[in-house]
Structure formats: structure tokens, C-alpha cells
Design a protein around this ligand. Structure first.
Ligand code: ATP
Ligand code: MG
Length: 200
């Protein structure tokens, strides 16, 4: 059996917090691979979107190129509509009978697990790997017992980086260099994503 971590997100844009969360989960939980799955329409997320799905996917691919254990999957973008993890996981399990899946999830989302579509069924199929974001401790006692015991928390160096902050920086002309990996930075600046194009 291959052990796969699922890293779902809007990745608008993908930043080094996402990459470090994936690497940390891979290392701590002895995963064979991490699959990055850009969300089409997130069910529980409000606020402005940055760029379209095609560009978000391109940035994901640039960020993970060169790491063979990281892969991008377009299953949610192809399915269209609201992206429910339950739908994604059940399709993946059918397609990949030799794989087990664990969903990597940041501390800003983990306490919302009870609101996820068909969460009780989903939690019987997969485990969750929780990663902490700065100032957002994981409080497992906030989850009902049957979900709590499906979560493993892994420690990662706190990364005070979010896509929201990156979009804001771009809008106000501040630098995002080193908050995203170099190829992602080059693409964002060359194409003028989230803000002005670079002058060169
Ligand atoms: P936004 O600000 O647009 O919500 P984001 O930075 O939160 O963007 P998402 O695409 O929403 O990124 O997150 C995808 C997944 O990665 C989520 O599970 C989220 O909790 C996790 N994640 C994002 N940033 C970090 C970080 N800095 N440290 C740990 N986990 C993170
Ligand atoms: Mg988020």
C-alpha cells in the first residue's frame, strides 16, 4: 500500500507555508507522496478570490516541480462546482485501490471539520494530519471524540504566511519575494498576477 497525503487548498497563490506543511507531514507520517489538489470552489471559504483556476494550478505545478514525491491533481478543477473533500476522496479511493489517504489540514480549518460535507463518513475513510499555523493552536478537545481520534498533529516551524497576506502585499506594491518559491515568484511578477507586472 502507498500512503498518500492530500494537500487541498485554493493555493491563491501557493506559498512556502503550504510546501513546508506538505514536507513536514511527509516526513513525520512516513508518507510516500503528497498530492496537491487545488480546490475549484471552496465550500466554507468567503472573501475575494485572486486569480483563476488555471493560473492557480500553474503556480502549484511550478512550486512542486523537481520534487517527485509532490504531485498536482486536477480532480476538483475538472469536476467543477463546489469541491467537497468527501467526493474527491471517494473517487480517489476507487481509482487508486493500492493507496491509503490522509488529509493534511492547517489549524485554521481543523476546528471546522464537523461542518464538512459528509464528515462522519469521510472520517471513517481517511485520517487527518493537523499542522499548526502561528497563533492558531490546534485544540483537539474542540472536536467530537470520533473526529478527534482520527487526527494526528505534526509539529512544523510556525510560518506566518498566508495567501491573503501575499495578495494584500501585491495590491499595495510590497514585496512577496521569499514568501513563495523562486519559480512562483518569477511567474507572478512576469505575468503581473495579484498586482503590477515587474518592469523588466
Ligand atoms: P487564504 O489566505 O487565501 O485562505 P491560505 O494561506 O490559508 O490562503 P489555503 O489555500 O487556504 O492557503 O490553505 C490550504 C491548506 O494549507 C489549509 O489546510 C491551510 O490551513 C494550510 N496552510 C496554509 N498556510 C499555512 C501555513 N502558513 N502553515 C501551515 N498550514 C498552512
Ligand atoms: Mg486559507
Amino acid at each position: 500500500m502507498k500512503s498518500i497525503g492530500i494537500m487541498g487548498g485554493t493555493f491563491d497563490p501557493i506559498h512556502i507555508g503550504h510546501l513546508l506543511a506538505a514536507e513536514t507531514a511527509l516526513d513525520a507520517c512516513q508518507l510516500d507522496e503528497v498530492w496537491f489538489i487545488p480546490t475549484n470552489v471552496p465550500p466554507l471559504k468567503e472573501g475575494t478570490q485572486g486569480v483563476d483556476a488555471e493560473k492557480r494550478l500553474r503556480l502549484v505545478r511550478l512550486a512542486i516541480a523537481g520534487e517527485p514525491r509532490f504531485n498536482a491533481h486536477t480532480i476538483e478543477l475538472e469536476r467543477g462546482g463546489v469541491s467537497y473533500s468527501y467526493d474527491t476522496i471517494t473517487v480517489l479511493m476507487e481509482r487508486e485501490p493500492d493507496c491509503t489517504f490522509a488529509y493534511i489540514i492547517g489549524s485554521d480549518r481543523i476546528h471546522d471539520l464537523p461542518k464538512w460535507h459528509r464528515i462522519d463518513e469521510l472520517a471513517k475513510l481517511i485520517r487527518f494530519i493537523g499542522v499548526e499555523r502561528p497563533d492558531e493552536p490546534i485544540e483537539l478537545e474542540r472536536l467530537p471524540e470520533h473526529l478527534r481520534r482520527r487526527v494526528s498533529v505534526v509539529e512544523m516551524p510556525p510560518m506566518g504566511i498566508s495567501s491573503t497576506d501575499i495578495r494584500r502585499r501585491r495590491m499595495s506594491g510590497r514585496s512577496i519575494r521569499y514568501l513563495v518559491s523562486e519559480p512562483v515568484y518569477s511567474e507572478i511578477m512576469k505575468e503581473g498576477l495579484y498586482g503590477p507586472r515587474s518592469d523588466d
